[in-house]
Write a protein that binds this ligand. Structure first.
Ligand SMILES: [Zn+2]
Length: 87
């Protein structure tokens, strides 16, 4: 059961932690979106065992998503040596 991510604005960026993700629509846990996953895959599964909601990135929203990714990547590049390995 995949839900399309149509509202890319909900993608939260956390430059300080070099993490980005979407709040799970079901349980509210942060579904971490890695740059690699965003670029290669379009599906993200909630890590909460009882939930396992799968989000599918909407193709129509992907251009917006890519601009978000670039922002994240810029932040990651800007802070290379903070002792926080980027995942
Ligand atoms: Zn969930």
């Amino acid at each position: 059961m995949a839900k399309p991510i149509s509202d890319v604005a909900k993608i939260t960026t956390r430059p300080a932690a070099s993490k980005a993700g979407l709040p799970c629509p079901k349980c509210g846990a942060l579904i971490e979106l890695t740059l690699e996953n965003l670029l290669v895959r379009r599906n993200f599964t909630c890590l909460t065992p009882q939930c396992r909601t799968t989000l599918t990135l909407d193709a129509t929203a992907s251009s917006e998503a890519l601009s978000v990714i670039r922002k994240i990547r810029t932040n990651a590049i800007d802070e290379p040596a903070r002792g926080r390995p980027f995942r």
